[in-house]
Write a protein that binds this ligand. Sequence first.
Ligand SMILES: [Zn+2]
Length: 373
Amino acid sequence: MFRPTALIISLDGCAPEYLERSDIPNMRRLQRQGRYLIGDAIVPTVTNVNNVSMVTGEYPDKHGITSNCYYDRRRGQEVYMESASHIKAQTVFERLHRMGRRTALLSVKDKLCTLLNRGADIAFSAENPPQWVTEEVGTPPSIYSVEVNAWLLEALRLVQRRCNPQFSYAATTDYAEHKYGPNEEEARRHMELVDDELGRLMEQIPDALLCVTADHGMNEKQKAVNLRMILASACVDAFVVPTVKDRYVPHHSNLSGSAYIYLLDQRQRAKALEILSGTEGVEQILPEEAARVRYHLPRRKVGDFLAFAEEDAVFGVVAEKEVSEVRMRSHGSLHERRIPIMINRSETCERRVLENKDLFSLVLNELGDKCES
Ligand SMILES: [Zn+2]
């Protein structure tokens, strides 16, 4: 009997430019035989927001995740959104579990696994893999390596073979993209490794619905803007949370293309807005209400302002300077919104897929659930 199977693979930080090359034959085949489009990531363009949107099919105003971390005003401290209890919407795993479908979640970083795993029958990360996986696939390479994503996809093939889940979600890490631009040798090697594994996966489960996308893009950044210092020099005290801020500092140094700004004194809103509007590297500054409406953000956790950086700028602290020169790759701004979406079925065209989160309804449809959207 035909047993429908669906997979979503999120290639972390995979801007469409990484796929503009001829030596990734399996992805080329996927694009040619199925459907390939450049879609949109959810704003802000950071990992947690987009992965949660993909596994819930919702915007942040419904699922509650606005960044990797937020500032809790009442307690006066930063809160990392690493646990599933922060997600306010039902996950695809919970929904399918209720229908009696077996599901699997694989991620490179453990923080994504603990965030997304609610309802998943099988869930593990490359940081903390179970023994039955390492016995077959080997010990995973470092999470800060170009090879770790290929390991994850090999583990995914093992899970499909051994556990036969009807839905699997795999999230790679963007270490390679943070470190290397699309034309650098190591980035090319990374995509080749990923492409090889995808080829093997497509061979192993040819009838499955396979969706390959990204959580956000990635761009080169040249200047870091210290918004807190700029506001402080005009006597406006604020707490600034760059949207990529997390505990995994080595590859992005907590420098992000967007930031939430929490004023310590609400009476300084007009003054802060005026300063930020004229600040170098700031492309757009949205008061909380406008940000909520435009980008479907929840009422809490977004501070007083949401600031977006220009394409070559990031917000964060590099040195005790207002603006520092940097040479790095990061995301979080509106310029990392473009993402690839590849689906191995051309007949899925009638269903609207514009953003990575729309793959959710495609999966539910494939597995026989009714989806309203
Ligand atoms: Zn990411």
